[in-house]
Design a protein around this ligand. Structure first.
Ligand SMILES: [Zn+2]
Length: 646
């Protein structure tokens, strides 16, 4: 064997197993320097839907360069008018028309005072602030504000920003806003962008405008928040409840939170709050009064999810978890994740044989580990959050209600979460359309969920089957521990996975499984293995010579096995390296071959068509007919099922 090749392989092995993990501790320590502190006093006038707020931010320059400006997110300005980058060109938001609203139902955020205290010197900077729109050049978009500083802000110095602002809260739109006696406050306060290094290792503000297809990317911060509103409202928020005082007809509630990338809250009158503890975690569930019959379903699901994630990934990261179930009239505020607060979505009288509400609540719950704690950039690399939220959502729901029936089990129709996720990907018009690892704004409405959520999750379900659940859990829990609170990039994740695979499985499997994942995330192209032809050129009456033609109709591949079943019930397995479009297996046997299974353990859920992985020799026509009936039955049911949910 070539000595140079052996040396190269050894070097690669040591490099892979020793690179990257040692950097994690350092990265977490550095990240600790970044935390800002937000002190916010806000008061809601329910009759005008206006909040008036006094806000203070303490922010340290954690870089090694002087700064002359700051960037803020102003999410509420996305709903100021139809010209914002978020709304421009859209007739509907999440399937809901939004244009038919009065002036007072649009948002309006006004910063009344803005000053900066630098070296004990206070300066008014309101006139030195302006909206910026570097992403799309839309001059009418005001979702990002630049503030120019009067003097250079030096490394390690701390400044205090003092703001007074008021905002009219919009009638519900894109999850924010009010509907009757319910309000959801998400991304509601001016919040600093993320000051980080770019790929050229230069510090810059990562603070993108808000677009329809993007979610949120914020920096870890600590919060003290006082919320004043009418005493008849019940309140659920991120963080821990500290205390409250009554002032006339109002209550002022104080909340505190640490290491959150955002702080959200919701209030509702016609509701109740169920509180309980899971181990040391305080849980609050806000449910509309007429949803009482669903209460125990939510409680059981959340408790199961907390236990499942503790066992398989990590202990829940915060002391509290708030779950807000909006009323039907505010359903469009639901199904979203914020740090230590999730919103779910259900309808009155949701039948117990459909576990859709449980599935949705689990998805948002799992986001606590990915969106909130790992906190990757959801705008630039959304797959790292949504893909894993979907992957664990599938696992939890399938573990809770059983494989093949976890989502629905009714009148002979069964389906599990994982199957639906897979079909969202395999059912795409063009499963090769673009790569997964793209910024959220590069996807269309049609491809966004199927690619980012479903294809990613299906890839990791397949990886789990290839390397085993124990190894998969080891990789993911080490990844979580190593990168929590550090905004890992896709590149860091992939390097970490490669490293772990070489530690946990044999090098051949590590090589091929890593290649499989990398292709799936970073390349276009699909896989569809099929047995296209089986010929028997019998040598004699007692000896058969089978030529089995295996094809991959796509370009994404993985080594796979073929199981041959003979007339007497015996079987044999052949292995294919799978990396060419067509391979022929030659088999000489005295036995009559009756059936073939490609990938018999069904490791490759990413294979677009699993039906053509089975081939019955004498009954092939009948078998194909059977499969097509089965598929038709499935598709019909799925269509009905999905249309029911929408
Ligand atoms: Zn999600």
């Amino acid at each position: 064997m070539d000595l140079k090749l052996i040396f190269l392989e050894l070097t690669l092995f040591f490099w892979i197993t020793n690179s990257n993990c040692q950097d994690c501790g350092l990265k977490q320590k550095e990240q600790g320097r970044r935390y800002s502190y937000y002190k916010i006093h806000t008061e809601l006038n329910d009759s005008t839907h206006v909040i008036r707020t006094i806000q203070e931010i303490r922010f340290k320059n954690h870089t090694d360069i002087p700064l002359d400006n700051l960037y803020f997110y102003l999410y509420l300005n996305s709903f100021k008018n139809e010209k914002s980058s978020f709304l421009k060109g859209a007739n509907e938001i999440f399937g809901n028309p939004y244009k038919d609203r009065s002036d007072l139902e649009w948002s309006d955020l006004k910063i009344l005072k803005l000053s900066v205290v630098q070296n004990k010197h206070s300066a008014d900077v309101l006139n030195h602030s302006q909206a910026v729109f570097f992403d799309d050049g839309n001059k009418d978009d005001e979702s990002v504000l630049e503030v120019c500083l009067p003097t250079l802000f030096l490394p390690d110095d701390t400044i205090i920003l003092k703001l007074e602002w008021e905002a009219r809260i919009p009638k519900v739109i894109a999850r924010a806003g009010y509907s009757q006696d319910f309000y959801l406050f998400c991304h509601w306060f001016p919040q600093l962008g993320v000051l980080e290094k770019n790929t050229a290792n230069q510090w810059y503000w990562n603070c993108h405008q808000f677009f329809r297809s993007t979610e949120f990317y914020g920096e870890f911060s600590d919060y003290d928040i006082w919320i004043k509103c009418n005493k008849d409202f019940k309140l659920c928020s991120s963080g821990e409840f500290i205390d409250e005082i009554r002032v006339g007809n109002n209550l002022i509630k104080h909340y505190r939170a640490e290491k959150l990338i955002d702080f959200a809250w919701a209030i509702h009158k016609n509701c109740y709050i169920r509180e309980w503890k899971w181990k040391n975690i305080q849980i609050r569930l806000m449910l509309p009064n007429d949803y009482r019959e669903q209460e125990e379903r939510f409680v059981a699901t959340i408790n199961f999810g907390l236990q499942y994630m503790s066992t398989h990934l990590a202990y829940y990261p915060y002391n509290t978890l708030s779950i807000v179930c909006p009323p039907l009239h505010a359903l469009r505020t639901g199904l979203m994740e914020y740090p230590s607060l999730i919103t779910t979505g259900s309808i009155f009288g949701m039948p117990s044989f459909i576990h859709n509400a449980e599935s949705l609540i689990m998805h948002e719950f799992v986001h606590q580990y990915f969106m909130a704690v790992l906190a990757n950039n959801e705008k630039e690399e959304p797959w790292m959050d949504e893909g894993f939220a979907t992957y664990y959502e599938d696992r939890i729901i399938d573990a809770l209600f059983g494989d093949h029936q976890s989502l629905i089990h009714f009148m002979g129709f069964k389906m599990d979460n994982k199957q639906l996720t897979r079909m969202e990907y395999t059912g795409m018009n063009n499963p090769s359309e673009g790569i997964i690892a793209r910024p959220a704004w590069c996807f269309t409405e049609e491809t966004r969920k199927a690619m980012i959520y479903s294809k990613t999750a299906t890839i990791f379900h397949s990886l789990e089957r290839i390397i085993g659940q124990v190894n998969m859990d080891t990789i993911m829990s080490r990844y979580y521990q190593c990168y929590k609170f550090t905004h890992p990039s896709g590149k860091e994740f992939m390097q970490f996975v490669q490293n772990q695979l070489y530690q946990l499985v044999d090098s051949s499997k590590a090589f091929s499984s890593y290649k499989f994942v990398k292709f799936g995330i970073y390349n276009e192209g699909f896989m569809d293995y099929t047995i296209s032809e089986v010929k028997d050129s019998a040598i004699s009456d007692s000896m058969h010579h089978y030529s089995i033609v295996v094809q991959n109709k796509g370009i994404w591949n993985y080594p796979l096995s073929v199981k041959m079943i003979f007339e007497d019930g015996s079987n044999a397995v052949e292995f294919l390296n799978g990396n060419i479009s067509q391979e022929v297996i030659e088999v000489k046997s005295t036995k009559v071959l009756t059936k073939l299974h490609l990938d018999p353990e069904q490791l490759l859920l990413t294979d677009l068509n699993l039906n053509n992985n089975t081939y019955s020799i004498h009954l092939s026509d009948y078998a194909s007919l059977g499969f097509s009936y089965k598929l038709q039955y499935w598709l019909q049911n799925i269509t009905h099922f999905i249309s029911f949910l929408i």
